[in-house]
Design a protein around this ligand. Structure first.
Ligand code: UDP
Length: 326
């Protein structure tokens, strides 16, 4: 069975849903610190445990017949990582080491894990492909790059099989509207724009309007969370059937500016969105666009969803969640 570590979080819960639809047996390992019980899949087993606890990991691998792991459990706020690096090194690095050691002990060989385009740092060429230099510019990106190195070393020394999937901007929600993006606090652009459209948020700040881009605001490459889920499934199958490890970008290959996101959201929701253009956020590169040609070549993976579908699915889920709360 497949262990999804962090399966109660945003991307993890979508991956669990996809794996179950593909007929896989899944157990979620999550401490629910950032994950949500409501995002757990009814057909997946659940073990509430913490990667910081070696005894939790022991009990987990003793209880379940796990053959591969997908690892989503990490902190991912860039700003917070600058202010509290200790928290990031402990959780993202030290706790991943606990996971790898437990896997080794229990002879679980394959791991697919969330890496990020933040491992590249400021782009020196666009689109960014996997050969781009990896020079992260914040502790978050550095912890993810170190996780990649750690796993590569475990792969060469202990014969582990690894797939590092470097996501660009994950967004959207499952199309049935059962699960979606739920961060507390929310810092990501699309959910904040949706909150502004709904009138929940009075002030939407757009960080920076003097970048060298089409309209002065930052440009990002948004990828639907169900496309990411599908890539994880394909990477697992690849590791089952091939002997090479994988390091792959997951991206759409198309960039949209922050103002374009607002305009498209206004069109989709039929609501006016108020925003204020303000100063740049520290550490934001002007443009991040990825090439996922390698993922297409090796996994036969291509993004299925457009930005419109990303915003529409996110809006549908958020509206449902807000209405359930009332
Ligand atoms: N952004 C913004 N206002 C916000 C949150 C984000 O202008 O309240 C901008 C951010 O500066 C970046 C883009 O939206 O240019 C995407 O940011 P997000 O945090 O969603 O993802 P990131 O690219 O940092 O992974």
């Amino acid at each position: 069975m497949i262990a999804v570590v962090g399966g109660a979080g945003y991307i993890g819960s979508h991956a669990v849903k996809h794996l179950i639809e593909k007929g896989e047996r899944v157990v979620v390992f999550d401490n629910l610190s950032n994950g949500h019980r409501e995002l757990l899949h009814p057909k997946a087993a659940f073990f509430q445990g913490d990667l910081a606890s070696r005894s939790n990991l022991e009990a987990f691998f003793d209880q379940y017949e796990v053959d591969s792991v997908i690892h989503f459990a990490a902190f991912a706020y860039v700003g917070e990582s600058v202010k509290q690096p200790a928290k990031y090194y402990r959780n993202n690095m030290a706790n991943t080491l606990n996971l790898l050691d437990a896997m080794l002990k229990h002879e679980v060989e394959s791991i697919v894990f969330s890496s990020t385009c933040a491992t590249y740092g400021n782009p020196v060429k666009l689109p960014i492909d996997e050969t781009h230099p990896q020079q992260p510019i914040n502790p978050y990106g550095r912890t993810k790059l170190m996780m990649e190195h750690m796993m590569e070393d475990y792969a060469s020394a202990y014969g582990m099989r690894i797939a590092a999937l470097r996501y660009f901007n994950a967004a959207g929600a499952d199309l049935e509207g059962e699960i979606g993006e739920w961060h507390e606090p929310e810092t990501h652009l699309i959910p904040l724009v949706l909150e502004a459209a709904r009138g929940i948020k009075d002030e939407l700040l757009i960080f920076g309007h003097d970048f060298d881009t089409k309209d002065g605001t930052c440009v990002r490459d948004y990828i639907h969370v169900m496309d990411l889920a599908d890539a994880h499934y394909r990477a697992l199958i690849y590791l089952r059937e091939n002997s090479e490890n994988l390091k792959l970008n997951l991206a759409n290959g198309e960039g949209y500016s922050n103002l374009e996101i607002i305009q498209m959201t206004e069109r989709i929701t039929g609501r006016k969105i108020n925003y204020t253009l303000t100063g740049r956020r520290e550490g934001d590169p002007a443009i991040l666009i990825g090439s996922a040609a390698q993922a297409e070549k090796l996994l036969g993976w291509k993004p299925n969803y457009t930005l419109e579908q990303i915003i529409e699915s996110a809006w549908n889920w958020h509206v449902k969640k807000w209405e359930e709360k009332v």
